[in-house]
Design a protein around this ligand. Structure first.
Ligand code: ZN
Length: 210
């Protein structure tokens, strides 16, 4: 089980850490890290309904419960989290928690035609909802940039393991952003009008350089 901080405020939790139900094993096929060229951002549309801030999460236990829910939310795509990673905006210290979905080494089921070379990352919540505060997204983008940089430059940790970097990640990108959004490939609101304007802040920043 691994749960560790990549940067102060940026916590990574693997499948064991959030308690993935073993009845629903990891899906997808193996993808070499050298094949990953781009990131595609999504939103899960599943909000935190326990309080008045549906896009900000208060506790790790509600995050872990939500991840287990995402394992079976789209049976048509297979009973597993369809994204490589899911990002939770946390109320505590304006942090984020990144939970492993398919993870670094498996194909996803998030963007038709881009599930092998692309890494699909979803914000947990419905970011098309008018009530979402853009500032909640904006002030955490430097942490997500640290995660993107961790994948690209140094995706290892003593309590996780030593892994190969995704050195080509970000080599394919749209003209005006470091990452794609689902809407770049399909007629959809995903990842939501309250998230999209802030994604131009993202970059692949090596966490060792912060
Ligand atoms: Zn999407």
């Amino acid at each position: 089980m691994a749960k560790f901080e990549i940067l102060s405020g940026l916590t990574f939790v693997d499948r064991q850490g959030w308690g993935a139900k073993t009845a629903f094993p990891r899906q997808g096929h193996r993808v070499p890290r050298s094949k990953r060229t781009h990131v595609i951002m999504h939103h899960t549309v599943v909000s935190d309904t326990s309080d008045s801030s549906p896009s900000v999460w208060e506790t790790l236990s509600e995050v872990y419960l939500n991840m287990r829910r995402l394992q079976t939310i789209r049976p048509d795509l297979g009973n597993d989290v369809p994204y490589n990673f899911v990002v939770y905006l946390m109320s505590k210290n304006d942090g984020i928690v990144v939970c492993e979905g398919r993870g670094e080494d498996r194909s996803g089921a998030h963007t038709k035609g881009h599930n092998t070379e692309g890494i699909g990352i979803a914000f947990a919540g419905n970011f098309d909802d008018e009530t979402v505060e853009g500032i909640d997204v904006a002030k955490r983008m430097y942490l997500l940039s640290g995660f993107l940089g961790w994948l690209k430059h140094d995706p290892s940790h003593p309590s996780y393991g030593t892994f190969r970097a995704m050195k080509h990640l970000g080599s394919m990108r749209p003209a005006d952003r470091a990452v794609y959004v689902h809407r770049d490939f399909k007629s959809t609101a995903c990842p939501g009008k309250r998230a999209i304007p802030h994604l131009s802040q993202l970059a692949f920043i090596n966490p060792n350089d912060y």
